[in-house]
Write a protein that binds this ligand. Structure first.
Ligand SMILES: C[S@@+](CC[C@H](N)C(=O)[O-])C[C@H]1O[C@@H](n2cnc3c(N)ncnc32)[C@H](O)[C@@H]1O
Length: 273
């Protein structure tokens, strides 16, 4: 991330959700009415163009041509995770931790979370930008949501979480979406080891990129433009996993893998062919 700035990729994700949420209810895949409130002026301008007749189609196809697959993955992933959270809540989850929350608005928009203690953990710069935006939209943010400012690379997560009131003894759902690919292997490892200390029956939802995108980017469509944009944002991909090794990698850290679903599959699930 650029020194002193909120995460640009977190804001891009909010833009993709805002664009999708502005579609008619029967056509949209996810609905995040708060997303547009997190946008700084250049992206607010994009939303303005999308509001002109024909503008939304133009904006979506421009983004999809320039960064193939990125917008549709974020949109479908938002919906997939909303659905997985709803399923997890059937199992008496007592607290939710959102690691690298960015402009995730689930704590405010999912009514089923209304009684669940939630910890939003993020880099201090991104979190400050989010809290400022939230103050303008939610005059009294819910007290059940606590903000924990942490840099995963400095491994101060355990003490920051217990100071914030997180309890290991409670059944926990941890969400870590769109973050591991920006971290070091050590930071991913130590964060996962902290997650594994949660009470039995807890669940973790996280995303990773295929390790080969780091070593042979040319094998993946659209990587050149994507990497150039990430470079500008100071948010390079630094960590990936081989899907074949994920079950063992997780088992070595105290987890058992229930589901590993790739972008092509979840995109098809919500967008169709
Ligand atoms: C691509 S955004 C994802 C945001 C959100 N989870 C989503 O899916 O829209 C990456 C997030 O990771 C956070 N992040 C990146 N590096 C971090 C670090 N070293 N420590 C804490 N948070 C970090 C950024 O602040 C940002 O919120």
């Amino acid at each position: 991330m650029r020194e002193g700035h909120a995460s640009r990729t977190a804001e891009q994700n909010a833009l993709f959700r805002a664009l999708e949420s502005s579609r008619p209810p029967h056509r949209r895949i996810c609905d995040d009415p708060l997303a547009r409130h997190f946008l700084s002026w250049p992206f607010t301008l994009v939303m303005g163009i999308a509001a002109i007749p024909g503008g939304a189609t133009f904006v979506r196809s421009y983004i999809d041509r320039r960064w193939p697959g990125v917008r549709s993955s974020v949109v479908a992933r938002t919906r997939l995770i909303d659905d997985l959270i709803a399923a997890a809540l059937e199992e008496a989850i007592e607290q939710l931790v959102i690691l690298g929350a960015g402009f995730d608005s689930r704590a405010y928009r999912l009514s089923r979370l209304a009684t669940i203690d939630t910890f939003e953990v993020d880099h201090p710069n991104t979190q400050a930008a989010k809290q400022e935006a939230l103050r303008n939209v939610l005059p009294s943010p819910p007290k059940r949501v606590r903000f924990v400012a942490v840099d995963f690379k400095h491994n101060d997560l355990p003490s920051a979480m217990s100071e914030a009131g997180y309890r290991e003894s409670k059944r926990t759902l941890v969400l870590w979406e769109g973050v591991t690919n920006y971290l070091t292997a050590e930071a991913v490892d130590s964060t996962l080891r902290w997650c594994s200390t949660a009470s039995a029956g807890s669940q973790l939802l996280f995303t990773y990129v295929h390790r080969d995108i780091l070593t042979t980017p040319s094998a993946f469509v659209g990587t050149r433009n994507l990497f150039a944009s990430l470079e500008k944002a100071g948010e390079r991909f630094t960590f990936g996993m081989d899907p074949n090794q994920v079950p063992d990698y997780l088992a070595g850290r105290g987890f058992s893998l229930e589901l590993d679903i790739g972008a092509a599959e979840y995109r098809a699930r919500y967008f169709g062919s």
